[in-house]
Write a protein that binds this ligand. Sequence first.
Ligand SMILES: Nc1ncnc2c1ncn2[C@@H]1O[C@H](COP(=O)(O)OP(=O)(O)OP(=O)(O)O)[C@@H](O)[C@H]1O
Ligand SMILES: [Mg+2]
Length: 385
Amino acid sequence: MIVNEEGIVINDGYDTLKNIKLENPEVVQGLKGKIITREYKLKEYGRTLYVAVPIISNNKVVGVVFISSSLEKIYSNVNKMTKNYFMLAVLCIIISGLVSFIFAHVIANPIEKLTKGIKKMYQGDLSQKVEVVGNDELTNLAQAFNMMSTKLFQVDQQRKEFVANVSHELRTPLSAMKLLSQSLLYEENASIETYREFLGDIASEVDRLDKIIESLLALVDLDQEKLELNYEITYVNYLLEKLIQSLKPIAEQKGMHIQFICSEKIQINLDRIKIQQALTNIIHNAIKYTPQGKKVEVSLYSEDNKVTVQIKDNGIGIPEESLPYIFERFYRVDQARARSTGGTGLGLAISKQIIELHQGEIEVISQVNKGTIFYVRLPKDMSVL
Ligand SMILES: Nc1ncnc2c1ncn2[C@@H]1O[C@H](COP(=O)(O)OP(=O)(O)OP(=O)(O)O)[C@@H](O)[C@H]1O
Ligand SMILES: [Mg+2]
């Protein structure tokens, strides 16, 4: 509607109020030069907006444009939108809740399993395994856990076995000594020869105990991972020559011959005392486990980047099923036979440890009643020739 300065409608969009004087407050205010908007709730039209804007000409209010418009449609649209947004928000909350629940379940479940496993391990049960499915970081963690528990379990088993073996090995000579001394104690009128004989036996049992303890201490030393090797540039051929020389009396006692085959001088960096100990064990075995009159052959040669010592005997050999175990502590193919030959079963374990500390390797090929060949390969890395 356009209203003149007296408030009379001169133009009406609906043509219903033309020439009628409007006295509503919006028009009155408009005629005073103010822009007015006001919302009403009318019975007929619902929520309605009144707007009055003064028409100003030459700084004078000459009339008012007065608009009234129903807001119901806009409000219903706004309501509809609010409702939609609300529904969307609820849906979002439900979906995100569901997703977080699933994720939490997926993540928390393996973590819970791992925690349980770790707690059980702490309580001493080292055989723990966590089930692994999938291919994510948690699965990798579970796999690492399983690897760790397997290793710990093995180490624990080995430790238990080792302790059992040590106790057994130490007890055997002790029981022998006890038996020998008791028989002397209870035998009345024992001759001086008997005394001598029994005391001799006791002394050899003491020697045996001494050897076991010495070997055990050597192994404990070698077990220290950061063991410093005392590297020296050494002619391996001379070292072997000297070593064989010192073993010759034992071989000769059995009517055996040790042959050393070497066509070159080979010089490498090694811990002389330790390597000597390792090779002595192996050559001594060759003599020990070869019948009288036979031959032991030691050869030394160099290959691309390594030096090989080959110790070959044509002795009793090692059964195939025993081969994987001969480097284990206290393992002896035939306990009874080994006892008669005075072994502790620690020799090869020590040798292997020493050779591996030098980054070398030891290999064995054997056939029962035909003979055995040990290969000791040492890296030439630090060689000077
Ligand atoms: N050259 C060989 N021929 C046949 N059997 C062997 C040979 N070398 C080792 N063995 C077998 O392997 C076992 C383990 O050897 P190892 O040197 O560790 O122990 P040992 O000789 O019994 O005792 P130790 O060397 O501690 O006095 C031996 O008991 C023996 O049965
Ligand atoms: Mg031995």
